[in-house]
Design a binder for this molecule. Structure first.
Ligand code: NAP
Ligand code: COA
Length: 267
């Protein structure tokens, strides 16, 4: 059976799409014909990503915004809408993470992650709403296993990503009647990303992490890209409100080994 995913003529916006997993997602859509827009704080990262997306053959553009600044997000999304039209797919993946035990983190450290991951997701979704194709748009929030599994040194991220998944579920109810689907994707440990360099910073923790994944390997950005292609495609036209782990079954075992290794750092 041949399955072709063709996003020609479609507009895909990836917030936080200028490095790591989300950039991989943006590149996957570019390789499948979409017009792709990316956004993040760094002008250099935005420019570099747009150049790469164009190299892949896509119509591409980008804008700089901090997702904590709702007006900047709104203004950037309007520019994208003016240039590329209604959004067929919105991927919201900007996030911040650092390992720290709750007692070793200031209230502002906790707040920084909640503001980026949770408030940022709300800002992005609410600001994009007027530009989403109705019916037909697919919204994908990039979440994490921390949303549903407690982890040491991750109380801020666990709290924020749990909230992200609740936004996914609530807005799938509110937006479903308009023909807009909303899902979360929860990547497992993805190799060569900022997230993994922070959470598995030593060869020992890296090995513990691989050993704890039932499929016995790190994931790759294209593993997440492939699932986003599926969720944005007609193959997923009845899929909404789901929390979709893409983690080699890592979360089934509780993601325990990485955090135990990490916790030793703070003893
Ligand atoms: P990353 O490369 O650091 O990606 C984060 C992206 O968000 C970058 O484009 C960054 O660009 C942007 N960003 C960060 N703060 C922002 C802000 N305040 N406003 C706007 N943009 C902002 O990290 P990653 O490891 O690939 O993670 C990507 C996503 O996957 C995150 O949602 C993360 O929680 C999730 N995840 C990652 C893993 C993993 O194994 N890495 C596992 C589970 C879930 P600028 O610096 O230019 O702003
Ligand atoms: N341990 C404990 N606290 C930390 C910390 C760490 N490793 N790193 C930052 N913080 C605290 C800071 O001390 C500060 O609190 P304070 O004002 O009480 O001192 C607070 O977090 C905010 O730090 P700041 O550097 O001002 O925030 P920022 O908005 O510039 O950056 C971060 C946000 C901290 C999340 C930063 O790591 C970031 O931009 N990350 C994006 C990339 C990323 O994390 N990728 C991984 C995948 S999600």
């Amino acid at each position: 059976m041949a399955i072709t995913l063709d996003f020609s003529g479609q507009t895909v916006v990836v917030i936080g799409g200028t490095s790591g997993i989300n950039r991989g997602v943006a590149e996957s859509f570019a390789q499948h014909g979409a017009k792709v827009a990316v956004a993040s704080r760094s002008k250099d990262k935005v420019n570099d990503t747009v150049a790469k997306l164009k190299e892949l053959g896509a119509d591409a553009m980008g804008f700089c915004a901090d997702v904590r600044d709702v007006e900047a997000v709104k203004a950037g999304l309007k520019q994208v809408h003016d240039a590329f039209g209604d959004f067929d797919c919105l991927v919201s993946g900007a996030a911040g993470n650092f390992p720290a035990m709750a007692n070793g983190m200031s209230p502002n450290g906790f707040k920084a992650v909640v503001d980026i991951d949770l408030m940022g997701t709300f800002h992005v979704m609410q600001s994009a709403f007027p530009f989403l194709k109705q019916p037909g748009a697919s919204v994908i929030n990039i979440s994490a296993p921390q949303a549903f599994l407690p982890m040491m040194a991750q109380s801020h991220v666990c709290a924020a990503k749990a909230g992200v998944d609740m936004i996914t579920r609530c807005l799938s109810l509110e937006w479903g009647p308009l023909g807009i689907r909303v899902n979360s994707v929860c990547p497992g440990p993805i190799d060569k990303t900022e997230g993994m360099s922070r959470l598995a910073p030593t060869p020992e923790i890296r090995q513990r992490t691989i050993d704890s994944v039932p499929l016995k390997r790190f994931g790759l950005p294209e593993d997440i890209g492939n699932v986003c292609l599926f969720l944005a495609s007609p193959l997923a036209s009845y899929v909404s409100g789901t929390i979709f782990p893409v983690d080699g079954a890592w979360s089934q075992g509780g993601c325990g080994d990485m955090q135990v290794g990490l916790a030793k750092f703070f003893e």
